[in-house]
Write a protein that binds this ligand. Structure first.
Ligand code: 5AD
Ligand code: SF4
Length: 472
């Protein structure tokens, strides 16, 4: 009989990708994904550690799950509880001590061994593992950084879901921004070999995917080896993926300004399938703060990179991450951030209050910014970013864009798709289906979405201007 698997995913797209792969690796064991933790045979919490209270949230979720697990144990049907991801990596052994009813604690680099861990958990007697248990009934812990990459052991991508898919090409980070836990939880920078990435892309496309989002904590630090043993950067990799039959759109995230090289900039100008949208976090607009954050670039270098990208692709839409209230951030530093936002103009952005992460260098810095100052700065920054997003959406009205339909809308006969600039677009149509690309005239906008009507079929991956060139 099929066993039910419930995965709750916190945090970034890398975790969304990892959760999908965990489901795939458990499928041969008979686990079928479901959406109810109460009656699941196995529950995985795929956790994120990037900001405050992450581990508190996980422990309170575990407290709730423990009740379901106890109830099921009384009914004679055990529930396996696994905690994966960055909180698991950071807490390790401590998690098994604090929540002894957890069966498996695994890090982001070891989930290819999940079947083995599940078997060990069953041998240890899941449903046991309560307070006061025998030491040999402790949960399974695997938070190693194995020499062997998990990617060498994962199954094919068979359970493709939807027309837009994530594809992890790079993991880890060597940048050590002073506020960030990622280099500790995800480990050193690692790039998957080119052939492996192309093979996974092909499997996804065969399953109906039309848009690939290449993922990495520092995706543009990508330097995978090709078949000849040569190092390939992200620009060249994008070109090779774009050449695969059936790939209509390519995006990538998250980039570091320091790793935007000439080849990547050229790719934005030359490769039609590479969408004109780039998430390029700057975190702060103050040189002093960027230095204290150990970002490795200043404001002028960021602006220069943006200018070169826009020279290659004038309609490039930019998105960003910001942190307000980093230790020592003065009013003038914060004003400099607002100034940078006004100068660049972002079409969307994420902004966060600085949160001291234990073990990171910035957590020990003097002059931590009071909470109410952070609140006030965040509200001002978000108001400006919101204004820019709405202005961008308003400017899109009247244009005709290629829209890739991703899912049915809430109303019958409606589809929801994405513009090249990553805007959600609602269209009434009975003619087109999910997975199609249509030319849509944008008629109106709401704060976070657009509405339009079909005016023709979309080019698979032709840019607006290349089509105009073709017509001329
Ligand atoms: N506090 C607040 N925001 C953080 N981020 C990373 N670490 C912290 C922290 N300690 C934000 C950064 C990063 C995004 C993924 O999360 O803006 O780009
Ligand atoms: Fe964290 Fe900085 Fe690495 Fe991004 S570049 S993952 S913010 S350390």
């Amino acid at each position: 009989m099929a066993k039910k698997l419930f995965i709750k995913t916190y945090g970034c797209q890398m975790n969304v990708y990892d959760s999908a792969r965990m489901a795939e690796i458990l499928a041969p064991l008979g686990y079928v994904p479901g959406d109810n933790p109460e009656d699941a045979d196995m529950v995985i919490l795929n956790t994120c550690h990037i900001r405050e209270k992450a581990s508190d949230k996980v422990y309170s979720e575990l407290g709730r799950l423990r009740k379901s697990k106890d109830r099921r144990a009384e009914e004679g049907s055990p529930m396996v509880i696994a905690v994966a991801g960055c909180v698991a990596q950071a807490e390790g052994e401590e998690m098994l001590r604090r929540a002894p009813y957890v069966d498996i604690v695994l890090g982001p680099q070891t989930y290819h061994r999940l079947p083995e861990m599940v078997a060990r958990a069953h041998r240890a007697g899941s449903g046991a593992g309560k307070d006061g248990e025998a030491p040999n009934q402790r949960g399974v812990l695997d938070t190693e950084f194995p020499v062997d990459s998990k990617f060498d052991h994962l199954p094919e991508r068979r359970q493709v879901n939807g027309v837009s898919a994530f594809l992890s090409i790079q993991e880890g980070c060597d940048k050590f921004c002073t506020f960030c836990v990622v280099p500790y939880t995800r480990g050193a920078e690692f790039s998957r070999p080119v052939a492996q990435v192309l093979e996974e892309a092909r499997q996804l496309v065969d399953g109906g995917v039309r848009e690939l989002t290449l993922l990495g904590q520092n995706v543009n630090a990508y330097h995978g080896e090709d078949e000849a043993g040569d190092e390939v950067g992200l620009g060249a990799l994008v070109a090779r993926i774009a050449a695969l039959e059936g790939v209509a759109r390519i995006r990538y995230t998250t980039s570091h300004p320091r790793d935007v090289d000439d080849a990547l900039i050229a790719a934005h100008g030359n490769i039609d399938a590479l969408m004109p949208f780039l998430h390029l976090p700057v975190q702060s607009g103050s040189d002093r703060i960027l230095e204290a954050m150990n970002r490795g670039h200043d404001v002028a270098q960021y602006l220069d990179t943006v200018a070169r990208l826009r020279a290659a692709r004038p309609d490039l839409a930019l998105s960003c991450d910001f942190i307000v209230g980093f230790p020592g951030e003065s009013d003038a530093d914060f004003e400099a951030t607002l100034e940078l936002v006004r100068t660049v103009g972002f079409t969307m952005a994420y902004s966060f209050k600085y949160s001291a992460r234990p073990g990171t260098p910035a957590a020990g810095l003097p002059r931590q910014v009071p909470e109410e100052v952070k609140d006030e700065r965040l509200a001002r920054l978000q108001a400006l970013l919101e204004e820019q997003q709405q202005a961008f959406n308003a400017e899109t009205v009247g244009r005709t864009l290629d829209i890739l339909f991703e899912r049915p809308g809430r109303h019958p006969g409606q589809l929801v798709g994405r513009s090249p600039y990553n805007q959600a677009v609602h269209v009434a149509t009975t003619e087109y289906r999910v997975g199609d690309i249509a030319k849509v005239a944008i008629d109106s906008c709401k704060p976070h979405s657009l509405e339009g009507r079909i005016v023709g079929s979309g080019a698979a991956h032709l840019r607006e201007d290349s089509e105009e060139r073709l017509r001329a």
